[in-house]
Design a protein around this ligand. Structure first.
Ligand code: TRP
Ligand code: ZN
Length: 497
């Protein structure tokens, strides 16, 4: 689903407005877009109009190869909206050394997509794996597959607004992909399975996808692995069945989800299910080879959910839990409903990844440069959880950040535009959190509390920008906050609080 923003009022007919496609900030920077695709972007919305002199026949063209995010120009695609992914993946992990650290995958992905323009060609993002066939509306389609772009030429052509099913059969060898900073991400093959963490554009290492947060969708997963291993995806566990030594794990994510938050991690896990006092299902998957204290940080999960519901409003999804793997990618990720931890889930990290369910997962960045709205909020949330739990106060955490000398390069990061290789810079987290703490001093606890609930509610299951956040803060506080936000997130220098 793309860019639908709930307005909170009005009739069911006009409750949603379509957000602009980022058209204005795209044109200049997009040398990579072919002339034809640029024309499609610029004319978005009128692409379906009739050709001059041929009023009866609608004009068709190619969808753009990217969603228009300057940090990752080819991530996501234009011309259509994916509403649902049905992923059937058969996976064989490498097993113990000396076997090479490579798995094998054989899969079928069925995508429900709705064209937003008349299409004679469209792209999907898929890296490293080989495509056997693409079937559109039951008919085999021609395709090419180079440099992570699967280009499909459907016949008959596709009409704006008419949903179609696209079935891609693919497979190959899985390895250990890395992001542009060199961190492991995507389908990370491990001896006993895989740790699957896609932020920001790694979903395309394991399925054909429109790999940008602006195209959220629901998901069904059928992951088949050797009997004895467990595959854990997002949402609810629907079924598991075993035949001929292989077990298929079926999961369903009915809440719309950005592709970077999808997972299907495989390991030697023990599944532990419970419910919060409010009845929210909790499903944890803990690697059997870990010592008990590796998952001790999960013990207060239910209390944390209750605490953050008080701060941010109702928990946004229909289940929660954790995957704690004895393998490591070097960090944890807030995969939707089921964060993943490398070797150890500490209390502070559990609070951070839980807070992301509201801040980042339900409200996601409309462009990757707005990532501080994820990381600043999640870091601030871990500060207030620690204070609530009798630990370090938020003020002390804030003061620690403000004790960093003005000439330290920490203050050089532009928080609201850190660059594609600066997505996870320390300042995005800590200066982002300090920004929120300073905003609370600036507008007062009452307005800040209202903002903390209105933000995840107003942009639920959607995407938003720094400008949206500033606007909402100004609306709620009745203050002009331009100078505040300029100093805190748009200037590469230490602000004076
Ligand atoms: N978003 C993760 C978190 O804060 C962190 C993350 C994702 C990360 N990819 C990374 C950190 C790569 C370091 C390197 O929960
Ligand atoms: Zn985070």
């Amino acid at each position: 689903m793309i860019m639908w923003r709930a307005l909170g009022c009005g009739t069911s007919e006009n409750r949603y407005i379509r957000e602009p496609d980022g058209g204005a900030d795209m044109s200049a920077k997009f040398a990579w877009v072919t002339a034809a695709a640029t024309a499609m972007i610029v004319s978005a919305g009128v692409a379906a109009s009739a050709a001059p002199g041929d009023p009866g026949s609608p004009r068709f063209g190619p969808g753009a190869p990217g969603a228009g995010d300057p940090y990752f120009p080819l991530a996501g695609n234009g011309g259509y909206d994916v509403t649902h992914y049905d992923l059937e993946i058969d996976y064989q992990p490498p097993g113990p050394a000396p076997a090479p650290l490579e798995g094998t995958m054989q899969a079928t992905a069925t995508l429900s997509i709705t064209p937003t323009q008349n299409l004679d060609q469209f792209n999907l993002d898929l890296r490293d794996l080989d495509v056997e066939s693409v079937v559109v509306r039951g008919r085999p389609a021609r395709f090419t597959h180079d440099d992570g772009e699967l280009v499909v030429t459907p016949r008959p052509k596709m009409h704006a607004g008419r949903p179609v099913r696209v079935e891609v059969t693919y497979g190959g060898t899985t390895g250990r992909p890395t992001d542009i900073e060199g961190a492991l991400y995507g389908w990370v093959t491990t001896r006993d399975g895989a740790m699957v963490v896609n932020e920001p554009d790694g979903a395309s290492t394991w399925y054909p996808v429109s790999d940008h947060p602006t195209d959220k969708a629901t998901y069904d997963f059928d992951i088949t692995v050797p009997e004895g291993l467990v595959a854990v995806a997002n949402g609810d566990l629907v079924d598991s069945r075993t035949s001929n030594g292989r077990t298929t794990w079926s999961w369903s994510s009915r809440d719309p989800m950005a592709s970077y938050l999808s997972t299907a991690s495989v390991g030697n896990y023990e599944l532990r299910t419970s419910k919060t006092p409010d009845g929210l299902p909790l499903i944890d998957a803990i690697d059997r080879d870990l010592a008990p204290d590796a998952s001790a940080g999960l013990a207060q999960t239910a209390e944390m959910i209750a605490f953050f519901e008080g701060e941010f409003g109702p928990y946004p999804f229909d289940s929660f839990g954790a995957v704690v793997d004895d393998d490591s990618v070097g960090y944890a990720l807030e995969t939707q409903t089921r964060p993943i931890y490398s070797r150890r889930a500490s209390e502070g990290t559990v609070a951070h990844e839980l807070a992301h369910q509201w801040m980042g997962n339900s409200v996601s960045p409309q462009r990757w440069r707005h990532i501080w709205l994820n990381e600043g909020w999640a870091t601030y949330a871990s500060w207030i959880w620690a204070e609530h739990d009798g630990g370090t106060t938020a003020r002390e955490q804030f003061e620690d950040v403000m004790a960093i000398p003005a000439d330290d390069e920490f203050w050089q990061t532009i928080v609201a535009d850190p660059g594609a290789t600066g997505l996870f810079a320390g300042a995005v987290y800590d200066r982002g959190a300090a920004t929120l703490y300073a905003l609370r001093q600036e507008i007062g606890d009452a307005a800040f509390g209202e903002l903390s609930r209105a933000w995840p509610q107003g942009f639920a299951d959607s995407t938003a920008t720094t400008e949206d956040f500033q606007e909402l803060a100004e609306e709620i506080s009745g203050r002009d906050l331009a100078a505040f936000f300029d100093a805190w997130v748009r200037t590469p220098a230490k602000p004076t609080p």
